[in-house]
Design a protein around this ligand. Sequence first.
Ligand SMILES: [Zn+2]
Ligand SMILES: [Zn+2]
Length: 295
Amino acid sequence: MDANMEDADENGCQELGKSSSFYRRIYSEVEDVGWEHLVRMGEDLTFLSFRVIDEKGRVHILEITLDTTYPKSPPSISADVPRIFNLDWSRNSKLKDVVAQFQRHVDKLQDFWSTLDDIDRSFWVVDPKDPPFAMSYRQINIGNDCNITLSINPNDPRSLPECRFLGSDSKVNLLTRKWKINCKRWLKDRSFSENLISILDIKLPEPPDVRKDDQQAECGVCYAQYLPIDDELGSKSGSATDYTCENNNCSRAFHSVCLGDWLRSITTTRQSFDVLFGNCPYCSNPVAVRMIAKN
Ligand SMILES: [Zn+2]
Ligand SMILES: [Zn+2]
């Protein structure tokens, strides 16, 4: 028998063995994280994304790329956050640890995002529109044909921000002088919006559309806010929407039960274990829904 052939065969087997153990490993690690956190998974399992929900209900997506040497080499990560963290990685680390570290990172940024929410709610933000979570500046219309650009420090969001005024030279000079004198008034235990109003000491214009429609709570499939009371639905009976499309421009709410039913009716939907992978019916963003056990 040809020795080379044998070698090739053996290599082939090894490759196969290696990849199937890689698959098994990734599946069991995803299981550890919880399938309900999985948003997307590449066909060869080298790309995964997970959803983490923070204490204010904001949805954050962590993207993880693995190479075939995983877990020897750490995964690479990316996410819509102002600064990505350095991954702590050891021989015993798993995907669960990556997600946990991301969750801790997100937890640390709560004050930062609450500050930005306060700004977005209180002022006329000209730029950015629909800011991603990573964006740490806001440009605000302060009236009198002037704008102010504020940079919020993610590590110390309650401190006096760096700022830049935009407008005619004379107005900007006036505002800058006033800022320098009044910045002593900045108090860390006061809300950002109160501080800004106190420093600028002018009447700020109201944002043009104060009421941005509050989170649509109706399900995008059945158009009801609550599921009917029905034994067939088990614990979901009578419940509110429990799934939101992560695309910030969409943010459509669904009952996971309804979205699951809808996904099952679409031929391109894929299924892995009890998770359905498909696309949001409104914006085509990838969605993943875990089916409820019917017993
Ligand atoms: Zn529904
Ligand atoms: Zn959507």
